[in-house]
Design a protein around this ligand. Structure first.
Ligand code: PRP
Length: 178
């Protein structure tokens, strides 16, 4: 990544809020009476999860897991490990994983496999952004927000070397100049 860059807005606050309202309506319809366990994948999903559950007016539980993939800074090696474990029991629960973005799919494929071994009653995935052009393993996103282009994205939880997570919108990072 170049040191000279510009942030170009890709998804506005209003677009994100509208997508979240739509996702929340679908999730409410499917989970209203099921006391689901929502699992946020740290760090990137914290903002999306927080906004999503403000739109869910039924009983649910929230937990977090933090994963780390070995390899380069911008390219996942596919060797994922858990660095912050869940506190909740997964067995028998209706589990909904909340991700910010599915890129190669390696992180979420690992997590879904990890959770499946814990025998949840059901297991589904909600992801705000889907970058299918980069996919290396097939992933079914049960509740997808946006399809995004193959560009480096920051904001709304997404970072560039830990920066920009705090931006309320999602931006594409453009190299500035030649
Ligand atoms: C990002 C993002 C997803 C994952 C997607 O997390 O939050 O979890 O990468 O990439 P993949 O589909 O290619 O596996 P990251 O590992 O950057 O950690 P972070 O959430 O702490 O930023």
């Amino acid at each position: 990544m170049t040191s000279s860059f510009k942030l170009r807005i890709l998804l506005t606050r209003q677009e994100i809020e509208a997508a979240i309202r739509k996702l929340a309506a679908e999730i409410s319809h499917d989970y209203r009476d099921r006391y689901p366990l929502l699992i946020g994948v740290l760090k990137g999903s914290f903002m999306f999860l927080a906004d999503l559950i403000r739109n869910l007016d039924f009983p649910l539980e929230v937990d977090f897991i933090r994963l780390s993939s070995y390899g380069g800074a911008t390219e996942s090696s596919g060797k994922v490990r858990v660095v912050h474990h869940l506190c909740s029991e997964v067995a028998g629960r209706d589990v909904l994983v909340i991700e910010d973005i599915v890129d190669t799919g390696l992180t979420i494929a690992f997590l879904l496999d990890y959770l499946r071994k814990k025998k949840p009653a059901s297991l589904r995935l909600c992801a705000l952004a889907d970058k299918p052009s980069r996919r290396r393993v097939p992933v079914v996103i049960d509740y997808p927000g946006f399809t995004v282009p193959d560009q480096f994205l920051v904001g709304y939880g997404l970072d560039w070397d830990e920066r920009f997570r705090n931006l309320p919108e999602i931006y594409a990072v453009d190299a500035d100049g030649p």
